[in-house]
Design a protein around this ligand. Sequence first.
Ligand SMILES: [Zn+2]
Length: 327
Amino acid sequence: MTKTIDDKSSQQREFKLDRFGRFGFSADGKRVQYTALDPADEVTKCSCGKPGCFAASLFPFREHIARLYRAISDCERQGGFEHDGWYRVLYPLQMAASIEDVHADTGFVDDSDSIAYCSSAADFEAAQTEMASKYAAAASIFSFLWMGYESAVQASKPHILKGALKDGRMGERGRRLFAEYPDLFPGIEGLDRIVHLADRLCEKGNLFTSRLARVRSKISDRRMVFGAELAREFRNFVVHGEDEVPEHEAWGGGSASGEAPARIYRFYAVGRLVLMLIQAHASAAVSAAATPIEYGVDDDYEPVSAMPRNFFRQLHLVKKFSKEASL
Ligand SMILES: [Zn+2]
């Protein structure tokens, strides 16, 4: 009986690989297997191997979303939030975490038949399809995360900044809550690192220059308020059609080295940031009467629990990181 189940799941795994793992290109033009979601974790991949590295202490991207989903869901179910409305954050988080792969075929609009006769045209088309697939995945996931953020801001501290709440200006309200009521919001472990990463990638990916300059001139540090404003500008930048799918690096995409991957990576850096900002709002919304929530098992398979207010501050971390180690 067990064997049958194993066989079935291994068949499913093979099917998935066959269906979703496909060939694209490395930066120097070599063929490599990829999925459209690879950049989600490449952006925070540890390359230093040092103990205490922040990047190595992060949960994978989708797991980060899933842990936030479960924490909000548990806290809401036990009546642990001061105000209701947190259930609205769950659906967009579930959608963001649900995306496993995306296939975007940029050749669909091309009726020139050149691909059928010319292998270099086919390779170019495959590379463009790879970038379009990665871009479509990143942009879709980011837009669901942003929806979740707007719902969190809507549920956060409903008795203050009522005007922005009524007008539906959630991006602005999110930033103003942090800027004008800093004592209400706890620090989120490692948030500054992600703000720096997002800031750097937003610059490297280009096209976002004037909006980035506006954020930098308005806010001088690189902390929570900066993060909320950067996320708001980035979301408007994407929604207003100012961004573009980059050309593949192997075909000379990007005027500067690293521009093409940065244009995809920044969705996930700003996406992580948005998740952490949701965590800050959720942590601040936990009521004094909240009881511990369970979030997995320890080495002896005993359930582990934490007070939700603290859990929201560090649920993205597999382990503690060293304050000295860089990202
Ligand atoms: Zn590292």
